[in-house]
Design a protein around this ligand. Structure first.
Ligand SMILES: Cc1cc2nc3c(=O)[nH]c(=O)nc-3n(C[C@H](O)[C@H](O)[C@H](O)COP(=O)(O)OP(=O)(O)OC[C@H]3O[C@@H](n4cnc5c(N)ncnc54)[C@H](O)[C@@H]3O)c2cc1C
Length: 240
């Protein structure tokens, strides 16, 4: 069911997971956990449909290599960038997880085998066609690879009924994450703001940040900065 932003602070301690962002990642996790009977709150910063007031938050300067503008390459509303993705898919190769010579820090903290058990669930969630195995090309080091080219799923439509009626899944729109609060290294609550500047804080046992590759990093850096500012300010009254 949908929860108005004004009622966000009425979420009680029964909340198992608060998921922030409703794109491919956030919606998949929300639907899967709700089907298992966990109490899930899905907080989406945008509206149900495209709006300039939300999309404006995706503006940013691109430095270094040329890239498409950040505010047109992603969509910031219910369903996220799945509202315009092409649906061309295949699983990652073992090579993708390794550090590259030009940037060794790009090595992933997990290997391909960590994701393999979830491939069939992802295929079902995203309506992918079966993808044939790679085929070695004779007398070469090359492989012929295949993609799923099916109709791209729009997750907000595919899961519309669950969003409306699931007793385990609550969705709040216009809930923009602005801060994460921690205690002993664990996130204990998250604060959200709507477009009128009202804020509400949500407590949950677990939090999932699913705001897309760029904004996950931006938000974590922002929360880190807030935490360090608080940390730097508090010693003065404490030691006086
Ligand atoms: C034109 C285009 C075509 C593409 N085609 C393909 C393709 O064919 N195959 C493929 O594999 N990939 C494709 N992609 C990439 C694919 O769409 C993304 O990789 C995928 O959608 C990322 O999913 P995500 O859940 O990580 O992020 P998103 O889908 O971007 O979702 C992030 C969500 O977080 C929300 N959010 C952001 N900030 C906040 C905040 N502060 N508080 C609360 N919520 C917030 C957003 O509103 C959004 O709903 C394409 C991308 C584009 C732009």
């Amino acid at each position: 069911m949908y929860l108005p932003f004004e009622e966000l602070n009425e979420q009680d301690d029964t909340l198992d997971v608060c998921i922030i962002g409703s794109g491919a990642a956030g919606m998949s996790i929300a639907v899967t956990l709700a089907r298992q009977g966990h109490q899930v709150l899905l907080c989406e910063g945008g509206d149900e449909v495209f709006s300039e007031r939300s999309q404006d938050n995706y503006r940013g300067e691109v430095v270094g290599d040329t890239y498409i503008p950040l505010e047109t390459s992603r969509l910031r509303y219910l369903g996220g960038s799945t509202n315009h993705w092409g649906g061309v898919s295949r699983s990652l190769d073992a090579y993708d997880f390794t550090g590259k010579t030009a940037a060794p820090e790009t090595v992933w903290p997990i290997g391909q085998e960590a994701l393999t058990p979830y491939l069939s669930a992802a295929t079902e969630l995203l309506n992918l066609d079966p993808i044939p195995a790679d085929e070695p090309v004779a007398s070469s080091d090359l492989n012929r690879i295949h993609f799923s080219l099916g109709t791209p799923v729009r997750v907000q439509h595919k899961y519309a009924e669950m969003l409306e009626a699931s007793p385990h899944l609550t969705c709040c729109l216009t809930a923009n994450l602005v801060a994460l609060e921690t205690e002993n290294g664990r996130i204990t609550s998250a604060t959200f703001a709507n477009y009128q500047g009202e804020t509400h804080t949500v407590h949950a046992r677990y939090f999932v940040l699913a705001c897309g590759g760029i904004d996950n990093a931006r938000l974590l850096l922002w929360c880190n900065q807030q935490y360090q500012l608080t940390f730097r300010l508090t010693p003065y009254p404490l030691t006086s």
